[in-house]
Design a protein around this ligand. Structure first.
Ligand SMILES: [Zn+2]
Length: 241
């Protein structure tokens, strides 16, 4: 049995997926006569236990032994058990970009939508994408109406459809984004209630809609805030004339 390592899969998005070694290459080796230490840089070609796609992982060794790559990479267990230290793997970018600056409570249902896609649970992915929208609109209401408790309470009690309507009315969602939100909501309802099976195509589309909305609601304002903070620092550092 070949070695197994737990790595987040860049292809299917499975967290800590079990990767198994399929091939190996020793790129560098050296010996230090002062310390009697051998150093190796070994590259291992590994396949994901979930989607079978492959990555290359880099392992380093530094010690007194002279482990042959052909032997250690065919052993069973984690490479660190044989004195090898994981350092990197390629490619690393995931097929689904995770939108930045999204609060955890909103990010979690989104991540669940993605992980349902990677495990081919299409209708569950649709349901979780809709939940992402539901939680994100509630979060928007809480943030925007922080100081107006009554209004906040009233909007939080509204069904999703009316909450989107109100967010649009208050110019918190543009017309185009409100439309996208309605589509996401309706698609998500289909995933939960329709007898017709929800397809992979449907699931991937609805996840893209959710990603686009989160990008607009959180990522762009987060980036703008970062730029502004940098500008402020720049101003402080520039001496005034
Ligand atoms: Zn995978």
């Amino acid at each position: 049995m070949p070695i197994i390592a737990q790595i987040d899969c860049p292809y299917c998005g499975t967290k800590k997926s079990g990767f198994q070694a399929e091939g190996q290459f020793r790129r560098l080796e050296s010996y230090n006569p002062m310390s009697y230490n051998h150093s190796y840089e070994d590259w291992v070609f590994m396949s994901c236990g979930n989607c079978r796609q492959t990555i290359s992982a880099v392992y380093l060794y530094n010690g007194k032994n002279t482990p042959s790559i052909d032997i250690w990479s065919k052993k069973h267990g984690d490479p660190k058990n044989f004195g090898f230290k994981y350092t990197n793997h390629y490619p690393k970018e995931t097929a689904f970009d995770e939108p930045k600056f999204v609060p955890d409570k909103v990010l979690i249902p989104y991540q669940q939508a993605i992980s349902n896609i990677t495990s081919s649970n299409w209708d569950a992915a649709g349901t979780m994408a809709r939940k992402t929208l539901d939680v994100a609109t509630k979060d928007m209401v809480r943030t925007e109406f922080e100081t107006r408790e009554e209004e906040q309470e009233r909007l939080l009690k509204k069904p999703l459809h009316f909450r989107i309507e109100e967010l649009e009315k208050h110019n918190l969602l543009t017309k185009a984004l409100a439309e996208l939100a309605y589509v996401l909501k309706n698609e998500g309802n289909d995933a939960s209630h329709e007898e017709e099976p929800y397809t992979e195509d449907d699931a991937r589309k609805i996840a893209e809609y959710a990603q686009a909305l989160l990008t607009y609601i959180y990522t762009i304002p987060g980036m703008v805030a970062e730029v502004r903070a940098k500008d402020e620092v720049g101003k402080e550092e520039t001496p005034t004339e």
